[in-house]
Write a protein that binds this ligand. Structure first.
Ligand SMILES: Cc1cc2nc3c(=O)[nH]c(=O)nc-3n(C[C@H](O)[C@H](O)[C@H](O)COP(=O)(O)OP(=O)(O)OC[C@H]3O[C@@H](n4cnc5c(N)ncnc54)[C@H](O)[C@@H]3O)c2cc1C
Length: 406
């Protein structure tokens, strides 16, 4: 019997993980990736236990060993005076949630995923190939793609749109006029700072979060402490060109230094040490009411664009991938399987999207509202603060246990 064949648009974290999960349940996978070379930008990624659990199960976490760091805590500070608001312990993450809380370079995670994909003969990665059309066919789906000047046609059992926040598949599936992707008013500026440029206080193996009016900063050491990943989020930003490639904008260091002139010198020093910045406009989309049409489904940022303030975009894409494979394993009828997958994921990812948005509002408070937030953080204390994310960090336990029951 010929194996069912998934066409996956996009070989980002979601598409690569989906390919691995689908191959494990006996599917053949063709990954169609627009970029000629898969080269992730140098930026960090937090992998919470709900994501690392699935990566561990796929053998990807083991490939990351050495490159990933497990921070001992999340240190939350007030921007203007570095006052400690909370120190959330992560040292018992594995004990509490059954999987570690890690941080890694996106490029290291991508390399680990690509290595895993390269070891699976059922997965074919076709780079430099842009999905440009698709249609449901009597026995599955046909996909039109562009490879340079060449037009290509692929046939498969289903199409998974894992093509990111500006997803072509989503826009086509929902009709472009109904696509409500919007600029959130926030920009993310990211830099990698060599450790020898950084004050020792900033090199502790911890995730650091600084809060201030209309901005927050996240930083953590990576690659065994050789570099510090720095992400600065600015609210009240000017709307960008909505069609712009969100992953390749150079940032302006003078503007950023000016925005932080009233923040604590320790943080200003870190910001001043950044050798170069890249800027990402941050987009949002209201939760969709559906992600599928017959043999076509969305996954990852394509399905649920969200703000990165709970560090959950990639984590939810990884959960989607595992849930997709579970649904396809259980339901021989592909369209029913895809609807089952979407039904299993819609409410949860919508809740994460909304919580991520709300987190940004809370992080960027000013004046008396910020003082009330800071007091609440202190009164709640580290354990209750962490427990607020329990529903997220545990969420993949069920998905992972279904995978285990192959
Ligand atoms: C500042 C910032 C910090 C973040 N921090 C975290 C974090 O700490 N933890 C976390 O979990 N998440 C984080 N995220 C979110 C995370 O980066 C994304 O959610 C994640 O990369 C989504 O993966 P994806 O595979 O769905 O999409 P993408 O990574 O965007 O991949 C989509 C792929 O599809 C390809 N593609 C696009 N169009 C086509 C087409 N028509 N045909 C073929 N290929 C196509 C693209 O080239 C790309 O390779 C952060 C995001 C930002 C901006």
């Amino acid at each position: 019997m010929t194996k069912p064949h998934a066409l996956v648009a996009g070989a980002g974290i979601g598409g690569l993980t989906a390919a691995l999960c689908l191959a494990r349940i006996g599917w053949r996978v063709t990954l169609l990736e627009r970029a000629p070379l898969l080269e992730e930008v140098g930026a960090g990624l937090q992998l919470s236990p709900n994501a690392s659990r699935i990566l561990k199960d796929l053998g990807v976490l083991a490939r990351l060993k050495g490159a990933a760091l497990t921070p001992g805590a999340i240190r939350i500070r007030r921007g203007r005076d570095a006052a400690l608001l909370a120190l959330l312990p992560l040292d018992k993450a594995e004990q509490t949630w059954g999987a570690p809380y890690c941080v890694a370079l996106r490029s290291d995670l991508q390399r680990a995923l690509l290595e895993a994909v390269a070891g699976v003969p059922e997965i074919c990665l076709v780079t430099g190939t842009t999905v440009a059309g698709f249609a449901a066919a009597s026995e599955g789906v046909t996909v039109a793609a562009k490879q340079g000047l060449m037009s290509l046609r692929f046939e498969g059992t289903c199409l998974i749109g894992a093509d990111g926040v500006q997803s072509f598949v989503r826009k086509r599936l929902l009709e472009p006029a109904k696509d409500a992707l919007r600029f959130s008013g926030n920009e993310a500026w990211r830099a990698l700072v060599p450790a020898d440029q950084v004050a020792p206080d900033m090199l502790r193996p911890e995730t650091n979060l600084w809060l201030g009016p209309d901005a927050h900063v996240v930083h953590y050491p990576l690659r065994g402490g050789a570099i510090v990943n720095l992400a600065v989020i600015l609210g009240k930003a000017r709307a960008p060109n909505m069609q712009a490639d969100a992953w390749s904008n150079a940032g302006d260091p003078q503007m950023i230094a000016a925005r932080f002139s009233k923040w604590h010198p320790l943080l200003r020093g870190l910001i001043a040490s950044a050798p170069e910045w890249l800027m990402w406009p941050l987009f949002e989309h209201e939760p969709l009411s559906g992600w599928t049409a017959g043999p076509i489904a969305l996954l990852g940022d394509a399905a649920h664009p969200m703000l990165p303030f709970l560090a959950q975009g990639a984590a939810q894409a990884i959960e989607d991938a595992a849930a997709l494979a579970n649904a396809l394993k259980k339901n021989p009828a592909v369209d029913i399987a895809l609807s089952t997958y979407a039904a299993a994921r819609l409410a949860h990812t919508a809740k994460v999207q909304k919580a991520s948005h709300q987190q940004g509002v809370i992080y960027h408070l000013a004046g008396p509202a910020a003082a009330a937030r800071d007091l609440t953080i202190r009164v709640l204390g580290p354990h209750r603060m962490l427990a607020r994310n329990d529903w997220i960090y545990r969420s993949s336990q069920q998905i992972a246990s279904q995978q285990g029951s192959r």
